[in-house]
Design a protein around this ligand. Structure first.
Ligand code: TRP
Length: 332
């Protein structure tokens, strides 16, 4: 029996960070043997809000590929591929445009936020407005069953499901209805205590950060603003240092002990942060080693992407054929 499929992707606009890891990368690595996994470097989507800076997108294709390899995506079992080199995705996007209304797109909360943040409110590029349709093409091109994503991507999966339902109702059952797969930690807060870790917010710890940078960022982290001295009882809830410990220290008993001491005013912020920096660096060390090995030979990484993309195209081609047949535009 064929394995069920997973598709996820990232925009290559900068290094991937621990928020990406917790929200989606970890799940991809954990599930890559159980599901046939496709990991898409979404460079066309990256251009929808970076069309003035193609160098940035170009540079980050390799960086994101290195991050994937660093976290343990295994190119022997998972397919890493590049969106722009799979024209079948662009073709599906065009074919889906008819199935989506402008009103529906503009209601998408993730898109709405981004339009505000990126200053697109006054003059909205159509490419950006329609990127959720292109993302539906990413997912359906591979007939993915499962899409591991962070919470902020849920509206994109909903949009995809709407398109699939409408397509199947109009033209006959052709497309797989995908489901989002949320992680236990759908959202990692920023080092500044803000709800979300985000590149544009400047509150991230990158997967590729060296140990001294991680230490420095952790020592500057937001903790419990009500606590003046180490002997004051501290708050663990809403304290990102403890959220990170929960997410990255596999020894939960050690974390519980630290929490207890913190709440009793028996340990200072500095000591807890030092403990966290050690935990994070221990977690990141093997990732750094893998990244370095691949980074020494960027050509081999580009070859992995090329081979993955070739296979991805074959799969996407089958979907396009089925879609065109269903839409009665396949003549020979
Ligand atoms: N929109 C996603 C992000 O900004 C990236 C992405 C592109 C994606 N295509 C995808 C995610 C398909 C899941 C499935 O992070």
């Amino acid at each position: 029996m064929n394995k069920k499929r997973i598709l996820t992707g990232d925009r290559p606009t900068g290094p991937l960070h621990l928020g990406h890891y917790v929200g989606s990368l970890k799940q991809r690595v954990d599930l890559q043997h159980e599901y046939e996994t496709f990991v898409l470097i979404a460079d066309i989507q990256a251009l929808t809000d970076n069309f003035e800076d193609p160098d940035k997108v170009n540079r980050n294709v390799l960086e994101v590929a290195l991050d994937y390899l660093a976290v343990g995506i295994d190119p022997k079992v998972a397919t890493m591929c590049v969106q722009s080199a799979i024209p079948e995705i662009a073709e599906l996007t065009v074919l889906y445009l008819n199935l989506v209304t402008e009103g529906r797109l503009k209601q998408n909360p993730t898109l709405k936020n981004e339009i505000r943040e990126k200053g697109f409110a006054k003059s909205l590029p159509v490419g950006f407005l329609t990127y959720p349709i292109s993302q539906a093409a990413d997912i359906t091109a591979f007939q993915a069953n499962l899409v591991p994503v962070g919470e902020d991507q849920l509206p994109m999966i909903e949009q995809t499901r709407d398109i699939v339902k409408k397509f199947n109702a109009l033209y006959g059952k052709t497309l797989v209805e995908p489901e989002a797969f949320l992680s236990k930690f759908p959202r990692l807060p920023g080092t500044d205590g803000k709800e979300k870790m985000g590149k544009s917010l400047g509150n991230v710890i990158n997967i590729s950060d060296p140990a001294d940078v991680v230490l420095k960022k952790v020592m500057q982290m937001y903790t419990d603003p009500t606590r003046k001295r180490a002997t004051d009882p501290g708050h663990v809830k809403g304290n990102p240092v403890f959220t990170y410990l929960d997410a990255f220290n596999p020894y939960t008993r050690d974390v519980e002990e630290l929490k207890r001491k913190y709440e009793e005013g028996k340990i200072g912020d500095v000591a807890v942060k030092e403990a966290l920096a050690e935990v994070l660096n221990k977690f990141l060390d093997p990732l750094r080693a893998r990244r370095e090995t691949y980074a020494e030979n960027p050509k081999s990484v580009m070859k992995i992407l090329k081979q993955g993309t070739e296979y991805a195209r074959e799969v996407a081609h089958e979907t396009v054929s089925a879609v065109k047949t269903a839409m009665k535009i396949k003549y020979w």
